[in-house]
Design a protein around this ligand. Structure first.
Ligand code: T1G
Length: 698
C-alpha cells in the first residue's frame, strides 16, 4: 500500500513516503508527493519541510516497472521544480540508497542530511537511460562537472563521506533515525537563519571555464572508445554539456528530450530486462523450502587455473580455504599464482599490504586429503575427466564429515553420474565457475536429481557471499552456457566450411556488441579444451551428424591460441591485437576442397542470423527440458559469462525483440540444408503459433 503522509510538528512539516520494498517513485508516490507539497506550500506556520522515506531505504529511484508504459503526469521533473521553488526550507533526510529519481528529489531540496552508510548515485545509465528529473543539471551544480559525469557514466553508488566532501550532502547524521535527523537539522537551519537555497541557482562549480570545457572534451573522447555501442552515456554528456550553455529551465527541457530518446532506444529494453532478470534468478523452488547450512571452511581440490581462481573467490569472501594438490611442486605453483595476484592488487592500490597478509592467512595447501575432515564445503576442480572426478568423490565421501557439501566445478560432465559414487547424493551439487573464477561474476549452480533443497540454498548463499551471479541449471551436457556454446560453435564451423572466414564472423559479432568473437574466445580458453570435448563426444556422434574437421586441423598443429602464441590469431611481443593467423584461411580452403565444398559468400546479416538462431534453438530446447527455469535465466548466463551484450538483454530477449517468427523462419530455412542440426524445437513452433514470446515464460 503506497502512502505519502505528512505531519506538522510546530513549524516543521514532515513528509513520510512508503512504497515497499525500496520506495520506488511510482505514479502513486508522484501524485501523493505533489499533492502534499501543494498543500504545505500554503501552510503559513510551516517554516521548513522535511522529506523522508523511513522504511528500507530513501527513494531508490523511479519505478522501473513503469518504463515502456505511458508514464502519467505528474512527471518527477516537474515535482522537483516545485520542491525547489517552495518559499520554505526543504530538507531531504536520507538513508540506505537514494538512487536515480530518489537523489534527484533530494537535490531539488535545499539541504540534505544523510545517515551513516548512506550511498547515493544516479545509476540510470545501467538501465540505458539518463537522470531525467534534473539530475544532469543539478548534480554538476553540487559537485562539479567532472565528478557528476563520472557518477552518471559509471552509475556507481557513492559513500556518504565522499558525497559530503564533494558538496552533494550537507550533513552526516550519527544514526539511522531519518525522521528525527531531518527535524533536528531543519530546526538547526531555521535557528541559524538559513533560508531557501535552490540548487538551480548554485553556479560556482559550473562556470563554463576552460577547465570545464577540457574536462568535457576528455570525457567525450574517452566515451567514444568506452561506450562505442551505447546510446545513453553520450546522451548524458550531451545533456550536461548543452545545459552549461542554457539557462536552468531550458537545460531541464533539453534533458527531458534526451531522456525520451533514451526511453525509445531498444537498449533501454535490453538493460531493464537484464535488471529484472538478475533479480529473478533467485526465485527458484529450492530456495522456498531449503535452509542454508553454516559455511565457514572450504576445501578446493586442484590448484590449476580454476582451483586457484575459486580459492581466491572464497578467500575474498572471507572463507578459510584448504587447497589439495598432488605434490609440493604443484602447491608452490598454485601459491605463487595466488600470491602474485594479490601482490598485483596491492601494486594497483586495490588493497593494502596488510589486507593482502590478512587474506593470505585464510589460505593453506596440503597434499593429504584427510585435512579436509572439518570442511563445510569441498569444491573439486581437477582435470575434466569422469573417472578422475569419481575417484576424488569416492575419497571425499569416505573422509569428509557427513554434513559437508561436495561440489564439482565440472563445466560439462554429468553431475548425477558423479553423485552415484557418494554415500549421500543429497549433498552433491555442481558449482560451475567461469575463468578467471576470482573475477567472473557468473556461477552456474547445477542441481542434480538427488541434490537437497538445503544444499541448493547453501550454494546460493555461497554465491551471494562471493558476490557472484548464480543461475540454477539442471543436469545436461554443458548445462546452460556451454551447451548453447557447443551448438553455435558447431553452427559456426558449418559456416566456415561453407565459405565464411573465421575473422569475418568474429568482426560481425564484435560489431553486434559481443565482447569477443567466437574464435577469439577459443584462443583465450585454449583450443585444446574444445578438442578434448570433441574427442569425448566422438563415440556418441550420430553418423549422419555433419562434422567439420577444420578446428581439429588447427589443434593437430599444436595451435591452441594464446597459450601457444598461435591459434586463429597470432600473439606475442610486437604482434598487433587481432592479427589473423594467415595459415587459417589455407587450412579452411584445403578442408573445403577435401570435402568437396564450393565456398559461398556470407553476408553480415546471414552470419548474425545463424549465430542467433543456433543460440535460441538450443536455448529453447533447454527450456523444453526444464534445464533452465525461465528464458531470462539463459539471458543472465550469456550476459554475465559469455560476453553477450547486456544492452541487447541476452539471446532470448533479443529473439523476442526481433520476433520469434523471424527466428523460426530462419531455422526452418536452415533446416532445409541440414535437418539433423536445425529441426525446429516444438516450444518455438508453439510460441509462434500462439503469437507468444519468451517473455511470456519468464
Ligand atoms: N523500481 C522498481 N522495482 C525496484 C526498483 C526500482 N527502481 N529497485 C528495486 N526494485 C525491486 C527489485 O526488482 C526487487 O524486486 C526488490 O525491489 C529488491 O531489489 C527519473 C528515470 C535499491 C540498491 O536504478 O539498484 O530513477 O525481485 O533485490 O539488493 O532519473 O534494487 O523482490 O520482486 O535489488 O537490496 C534508478 C535500482 C531508476 C536503482 C537495492 N534507480 N535498484 O538492492 O535489493 S531510474 C535504480 C537497485 C530513475 C529518474 C530515473 C537495487 C537497490 P523483487 P534488490 P537490493
Amino acid at each position: 500500500m503506497t502512502v505519502v503522509k505528512h505531519n506538522i510538528l510546530d513549524d516543521i512539516a514532515v513528509i513520510e513516503i512508503s512504497n515497499p520494498p525500496v520506495n520506488a517513485i511510482s505514479g502513486d508516490v508522484r501524485n501523493g508527493l505533489l499533492r502534499t507539497i501543494e498543500e504545505l506550500s500554503s501552510e503559513k506556520k510551516v517554516k521548513a519541510i522535511v522529506i523522508t522515506a523511513p522504511d528500507r531505504t530513501f527513494l531508490a529511484g523511479a519505478d522501473i516497472k513503469e518504463f515502456g508504459k505511458n508514464i502519467d503526469a505528474p512527471i518527477l521533473s516537474d515535482i522537483c521544480d516545485k520542491i525547489e521553488n517552495l518559499d520554505k526550507i526543504v530538507v531531504a533526510s536520507l538513508h540506505g540508497t537514494p538512487l536515480g529519481g530518489g537523489l534527484e528529489v533530494a537535490m531539488s531540496a535545499h539541504y540534505r542530511i544523510a545517515a551513516p552508510k548512506t550511498k547515493v548515485g544516479l545509476p540510470e545509465v545501467l538501465l540505458g537511460i539518463l537522470p531525467g528529473a534534473g539530475g544532469t543539471q543539478r548534480l554538476p551544480r553540487l559537485c562539479g562537472v567532472s565528478m557528476a559525469l563520472e557518477m552518471m557514466l559509471t552509475g556507481r553508488h557513492v559513500p556518504v563521506e565522499e558525497a559530503f566532501d564533494n558538496g552533494i550532502i550537507d550533513e552526516i547524521a550519527t544514526n539511522n533515525k531519518t525522521v528525527e535527523n531531518g527535524i533536528a537539522y531543519a530546526k538547526k537551519l531555521i535557528d541559524k537563519g538559513f533560508t531557501v537555497r535552490p540548487t538551480s541557482k548554485i553556479t560556482d562549480k559550473i562556470n563554463n571555464s576552460k577547465e570545464v570545457k577540457e574536462t568535457i572534451e576528455k570525457v567525450k573522447a574517452n566515451a567514444l572508445k568506452k561506450y562505442k555501442n551505447l546510446f545513453s552515456p553520450h546522451a548524458i554528456i550531451k545533456s550536461v554539456e548543452e545545459g552549461l550553455n542554457l539557462d536552468f529551465s531550458e537545460g531541464i527541457k533539453n534533458e527531458r528530450n534526451l531522456f525520451k530518446e533514451c526511453i525509445e532506444s531498444p537498449q533501454r529494453k535490453g538493460l531493464i530486462h537484464s535488471f529484472f532478470a538478475e533479480r529473478a534468478i533467485t526465485k527458484i523452488p529450492e530456495l522456498k523450502k531449503g535452509k542454508p547450512s553454516e559455511l565457514n571452511k572450504i576445501g578446493v581440490i586442484g590448484g590449476g587455473t580454476m582451483g586457484t581462481g575459486i580459492s581466491m573467490a572464497a578467500m575474498n569472501a572471507g572463507f578459510e580455504v584448504i587447497m589439495i594438490e598432488q605434490n609440493q611442486e604443484a602447491i608452490k605453483k598454485a601459491l605463487d599464482k595466488i600470491d602474485s595476484t594479490y601482490e598485483r592488487n596491492v601494486k594497483l592500490g586495490r588493497m593494502t599490504a596488510d589486507q593482502k597478509d590478512q587474506i593470505m592467512e585464510l589460505f593453506r595447501a596440503d597434499t593429504d586429503m584427510s585435512v579436509l575432515q572439518d570442511r563445510d564445503l569441498i569444491i573439486e576442480a581437477v582435470f575434466e575427466n569422469m573417472d578422475i572426478k569419481k575417484e576424488v568423490f569416492i575419497k571425499l565421501s569416505e573422509l569428509c564429515n557427513k554434513k559437508c557439501i561436495l561440489a564439482s566445478n565440472t563445466s560439462y560432465l554429468d553431475v548425477n553420474e558423479i553423485a552415484k559414487v557418494v554415500d549421500d547424493p543429497n549433498r552433491v551439487i555442481g558449482l560451475h565457475f567461469f575463468s578467471p573464477a576470482n573475477i567472473m561474476k557468473l556461477l552456474e549452480i547445477v542441481v542434480a536429481d538427488k541434490t537437497s533443497d538445503d544444499t541448493v540454498a547453501t550454494a546460493f548463499m555461497l554465491a551471494k557471499k562471493m558476490r557472484k551471479v548464480p543461475v540454477r541449471s539442471g543436469v545436461c551436457d554443458g548445462f546452460i552456457g556451454n551447451r548453447i556454446l557447443s551448438k553455435y560453435l558447431v553452427g559456426t564451423y558449418h559456416m566456415v566450411e561453407d565459405g565464411a572466414s573465421p575473422f569475418h564472423i568474429d568482426k560481425v559479432l564484435r560489431e553486434f556488441g559481443c565482447a569477443m568473437g567466437v574464435f577469439q574466445v577459443i584462443d583465450l580458453a585454449g583450443g585444446d579444451i574444445g578438442w578434448a570435448t570433441r574427442k569425448r563426444k566422438a563415440p556418441f556422434r550420430h553418423k549422419d551428424d555433419r562434422y567439420v574437421e577444420i578446428a581439429d586441423r588447427v589443434c593437430e598443429r599444436g595451435w591452441f591460441g594464446q597459450k601457444t602464441s598461435k591459434g586463429y590469431y597470432l600473439y606475442g611481443e610486437g604482434v598487433e591485437f587481432l592479427t589473423p593467423n594467415p595459415e587459417i584461411e589455407i587450412i579452411c580452403n584445403d578442408e573445403r576442397k577435401r570435402v568437396g565444398i564450393n565456398p559461398k559468400t556470407f553476408s553480415n546479416e546471414e552470419i548474425l542470423d545463424r549465430y542467433i538462431a543456433a543460440m535460441v534453438y538450443e536455448g529453447t530446447k533447454i527450456l523444453q527440458e526444464k534445464i533452465a527455469i525461465r528464458p531470462s535465466d539463459i539471458d543472465v548466463v550469456y550476459t554475465n559469462g559469455y560476453g553477450f551484450p547486456k544492452w541487447r538483454g541476452g539471446p532470448m530477449k533479443y529473439a523476442d525483440m526481433i520476433g520469434l517468427d523471424k527466428i523460426l523462419s530462419n531455422i526452418q530455412k536452415f533446416s532445409e540444408e541440414d535437418k539433423r542440426f536445425w529441426s525446429p524445437p516444438q516450444l518455438l513452433i508453439d510460441l509462434v503459433s500462439k503469437g507468444a514470446n519468451f517473455d511470456s515464460l519468464n
